[in-house]
Ligand binder design. Structure first.
Ligand SMILES: NC(=O)c1ccc[n+]([C@@H]2O[C@H](COP(=O)([O-])OP(=O)(O)OC[C@H]3O[C@@H](n4cnc5c(N)ncnc54)[C@H](O)[C@@H]3O)[C@@H](O)[C@H]2O)c1
Length: 269
């Protein structure tokens, strides 16, 4: 069904080697797009693009640390010379950091902000220059519920994702006069290598995964393809009047307040 929207289009996925990004790469490639995967996990990313190419799809891998300006500029030069234009940027790369602020070093803080926020700025800036000049195209980014409400020991990650929300709004307003749309996705807990690493760090990983799942009203973790579907939708003309939005793909996670005592039914009728 997505072929109608992406056949022959050029899509860059930042952080496309594993997890949510890899599912989006598969989605865009199977819809007929030319997909450029930009990541630092070179072996996994190359294996992904090779297997898609063997299936007859168009995907190529490019090493790109999204926090490195030269890497990002050279990525987009590759897109210009190979495809001539860009249709979609999905900026999804991110790293997690679990440490309380008192013990976070400046280098650790900077690394999280560099990848999660500056990476979105560098990719977004390069894409905006092209999309606004040609007056079409769309950007989607991956944010996090931590942008809105967080837990202890996630200060750098939460701050980086808060910045991503703000950046989406700015880019959406700057792109709107040119018909360029910019939106974000707010995933719940999705079963990806990032979440598996987080679970493995707990004393009982299985229990940890169960607890993560039960925090979602739908009672399970999300799948990467469920987030990828939202990315394809937001990038497509089906979302033609949606810009500046943060779309939750979270199994209802953010619909609820933390569980407290049951409410007392003392309504006066
Ligand atoms: N999995 C979840 O539950 C969840 C929830 C909310 C938000 N997110 C966000 O979703 C995005 C994808 O996460 P995921 O769960 O698929 O994790 P993941 O670790 O599987 O994927 C992250 C990808 O980003 C790449 N990456 C990391 N640093 C990079 C850099 N400097 N330059 C280029 N690529 C880099 C990794 O190599 C990897 O391919 C992240 O932005 C994350 O913060 C994930």
């Amino acid at each position: 069904m997505w072929d109608e929207y992406f056949l022959g289009k050029t899509v860059v996925v930042g952080g496309g080697s594993t997890g949510i990004g890899a599912a989006a790469v598969e989605g865009f490639a199977r819809a007929g797009a030319n997909v450029v995967v930009a990541d630092v996990a070179d072996e996994i990313g190359s294996a992904l693009t090779q297997s898609l190419t063997l299936e007859g799809h168009h995907a190529l891998y490019r090493h790109c640390d999204v926090s490195n300006e030269a890497d990002v500029e050279s990525l987009f030069t590759l897109v210009d010379t190979t495809y001539g234009s860009l249709d979609v940027l999905y900026a999804n790369a991110g790293i997690e950091w679990v440490k309380d602020v008192r013990h976070t070093t400046l280098d650790e803080w900077r690394r999280v902000l560099d990848v999660n926020l500056t990476g979105m700025f560098l990719l977004g800036r390069a894409a905006m220059r092209r999309l606004c000049a040609q007056k079409y195209g769309s950007i989607v980014v991956t944010s996090s519920p931590h942008a809105l409400a967080t837990v202890p020991d996630a200060g750098a990650y939460a701050a980086s994702k808060g910045g991503v929300h703000a950046l989406v709004r700015s880019l959406a307003l700057e792109g709107a006069p040119y018909g360029v749309r910019v939106n974000g996705i707010v995933p719940g807990t999705i079963d990806t290598p990032m979440v598996q690493r987080e679970a493995q760090a707990a004393s009982d990983p299985e229990k940890q995964l169960e607890l993560m799942a039960s925090a979602h009203p739908l009672g399970r973790l999300g799948q990467p393809s469920e987030v990828a579907n939202a990315a394809l939708f937001l990038a497509s003309p089906l979302a033609s009047f949606i810009t500046g939005s943060m779309v939750a793909v979270d199994g209802g996670l953010m619909a609820g307040l933390p569980a407290g005592p049951p409410l007392s039914y003392n309504n006066q009728t």
